[in-house]
Design a binder for this molecule. Sequence first.
Ligand SMILES: NC(=O)C1=CN([C@@H]2O[C@H](COP(=O)(O)OP(=O)(O)OC[C@H]3O[C@@H](n4cnc5c(N)ncnc54)[C@H](OP(=O)(O)O)[C@@H]3O)[C@@H](O)[C@H]2O)C=CC1
Ligand SMILES: [Mg+2]
Length: 343
Amino acid sequence: MRWAAQILFRSRLLGWRPYSSYVSQMRYLLRLKEDDEACQLALQSGSFLLYHRLAPLLHKAEQGGYRAAILQAADVKGILRKLDRDEQLLEESFLIGCSENQVAQFSLDVGGLEREAVEELCGGVFVDLKKAFFLLPGQDVSPVSRGHALIHWHQTHSYSSANGLPTKRNQAGSQRVCQTSRITYYPQMAPVAIVLVTDGRQCLLARQPSFPRGLYSALAGFCDMGETVEETVRREVAEEVGLEVQSLNYTGSQHWPFPHSSLMVACHATVNPGSTQVSLSGAELEEARWFSVAEVRGALSRGGPPRRGEGGNPSFWVPPPFAVANQLLQEWINQQGHLVAGF
Ligand SMILES: NC(=O)C1=CN([C@@H]2O[C@H](COP(=O)(O)OP(=O)(O)OC[C@H]3O[C@@H](n4cnc5c(N)ncnc54)[C@H](OP(=O)(O)O)[C@@H]3O)[C@@H](O)[C@H]2O)C=CC1
Ligand SMILES: [Mg+2]
């Protein structure tokens, strides 16, 4: 309608945007991905997560525990000046998001600088990513993981897989282009299905030989080329534990930076309560067994790996709350509560 178009036009002239704050944020991010100059400008007033050879920088929080260290552009420039490095290093950052008031957020690996010197100047500490996950509150895990994944992807994709020639990144780091073939490469993730299998009474958890002692998790597997997530779930459950899935439903997803960058797609699945005999295949799993509601509830309430001297049953623990496997278990427990209450 004409009057609607006029209102839109006038409101834009007056600087008022008819979008929600979320839409404005996303449109701003899109512009930074498409416009190198705008992104370069945003770097000058952005906030930064620093990494040293992929280990994120953490600060001790006032309330105890750790937080991801968030530095302002001026802080990073100050550090670079003090260490006699060119401020242009800032341009090696990758765009990972923006705040509600459109302050762009970047990740930057300062692996070329002396680790201890940067830690001292920032009053923080670089911690291996896996360890950092156990130290950080939930809201910090996602940006730290995203920043890590993007840095890792760029470090391992500086050459074209078509002709071996160098690729060039855009300023945001949302793509790399081979200057000769003009092929564009985008950051990649591998889709993984993760599934909590139940027989209506118990749930099935498994251990890989590489897991820390006592840790059991939901079954998981990478999607094969051309598969749907539903097909991956059915195949993985059949392959890994020799059971046939009867029904399944999607519940959520999570970016997971290990081993490189995966998109975990989480599902609940049921098997026939009359056919629950587990049969492992290959060396991938060393054990898979059924756990009762009480066992899982106990492991969830302990909340992570057992600490030295802790009571309870330290021989069984489950992934901590930042992992989507934990969410699957919480959902199953909540559902069991409803079933008992509704009985
Ligand atoms: N966030 C969470 O809650 C949880 C996350 N996970 C994650 O799920 C992922 C998949 O689980 P997993 O049971 O190991 O998977 P799979 O059952 O698919 O087995 C892994 C094996 O598949 C091969 N493989 C096939 N495609 C890929 C690919 N794109 N990238 C890497 N390996 C591939 C590898 O073999 P080879 O090494 O011989 O090449 C690897 O050892 C793991 O990265 C794990 O960290 C698992 C449980 C919980
Ligand atoms: Mg698996």
